[in-house]
Write a new protein. Structure first.
Length: 360
């Protein structure tokens, strides 16, 4: 008869539990890297007892160093900004910019409340007409007040995604064709080399004239300024996706291509079962680059097309010339940067979901 040491079973259970915990931390680390929070992983590992000294180094590198860099930047900004005096006054420091950010938030809340009251009055008016048997006089009146800062942010995001989706719908099929066919690649390459370096400021007048000539209605689904900005984004952002798609398709393993010929795959099956899965990592790299280019282009396009987004907000504040204008412009600049980072994280998350390659 044998006996089992109870302490041995306890230690084994603890080891198994610890292994499960580390496995969960490793799984979570993949998502932390996607959303840019990789510093959480060493904190969790240190708390779980996984080489605490080694994790401290990682915490220092991933969390403390970036925070120190931000603190140094803010200190230099606060120190040097008041020494630069412009026609609108001294460059505002972090405190002044934060104050204007809070003011923009409060102004947005006031405008939202004002719009809500307006819509309540419209609904009450329409209900009175219906109760009086005059339903034919009911009208849905839109709020015509100035947009809030958040409204302008969402306008810019909607515009850039509209242009980006059109660019992707054009670039991916053309990139696949260029990657599969040397003839198509030879035909597209000169056009890519000519039009890829063209500035959005050069495209904008052409797009404006074309949209004005073709889109003649004033009560259509989209405003002309929106279409001008979105199409300009499309023309400037499709090239990275096109180039990376063509490169990804052209670099598919030749053995796989040979297998597709042996299996006598038709073109559609070859593209969906072989080409796209193999080329997805590079296609997503192109999409991330295109979205970043589109976001940069959008601000310049909105400034000139007067589409009511962040670009127009910056231009209006520059033209306004008040003492708070510089601080508001800096708030917009920081907002643009933060949104650009978040858009890239969104694309990175999609890439992580749909691809299984380390080539991110």
């Amino acid at each position: 008869m044998t006996t089992v040491d109870p302490s041995f079973e306890t230690e084994a259970a603890k080891a198994a539990s610890k292994a499960r915990l580390f496995s969960r931390i490793n799984t979570a680390d993949k998502w932390f890297s996607v959303i840019g929070l990789t510093w959480i992983t060493p904190l969790l590992r240190a708390a779980a007892g996984d080489n605490p000294k080694g994790q401290v180094k990682e915490i220092w590198r991933l969390l403390v160093v970036p925070l120190l860099a931000i603190a140094i930047f803010l200190t230099l900004w606060a120190t040097l900004a008041p020494r630069v005096v412009t026609s609108l006054g001294a460059i505002p420091g972090p405190a002044a910019v934060w104050t204007e950010a809070v003011n923009l938030h409060e102004d947005a809340k006031r405008k939202e409340a004002k719009e809500a009251k307006f819509m309540e009055r419209v609904e009450a008016r329409n209900q009175r007409l219906i109760d009086a048997g005059r339903a034919d006089e009911v009208k849905q009146i839109g709020f015509t007040g100035p947009p809030s800062y958040y409204d302008q942010i969402w306008t810019s995001i909607g515009t850039v995604f509209f242009g980006f989706l059109i660019a992707s719908a054009v670039a991916i099929p053309l990139g696949i064709a260029a990657g599969l066919s040397p003839t198509a690649n030879a035909a597209l390459n000169p056009l890519i080399q000519i039009f890829k370096p063209v500035s959005p400021l050069a495209w904008l007048p052409i797009v404006t004239m074309v949209v004005s000539a073709v889109y003649v209605t004033n009560d259509g689904l989209f405003a002309k300024s929106f279409l001008v900005s979105a199409i300009t984004v499309t023309l400037c952002s499709l090239w990275p996706t096109l180039i990376n798609t063509a490169l990804g398709v052209a670099s598919i393993d030749k053995d796989l291509v040979s297998v597709s010929r042996v299996l006598k795959m038709n073109t559609y099956t070859k593209i969906t079962k072989l080409v796209l899965p193999s080329a997805l990592p590079l296609i997503f790299t192109g999409l991330r680059l295109s979205l970043g280019v589109g976001w940069m282009v959008l601000i310049a396009a909105e400034m000139l097309a007067q589409n009511p987004g962040l670009g127009k907000f910056v231009w209006d504040e520059f033209q306004n010339g008040s003492s708070q204008s510089l601080a508001k412009i800096i708030v917009a600049v920081l907002t643009i940067g933060i949104i650009g980072f978040l858009l890239d994280r969104v694309m990175y998350a999609l890439q992580s979901l749909f691809t299984f390659s380390n080539n991110r």
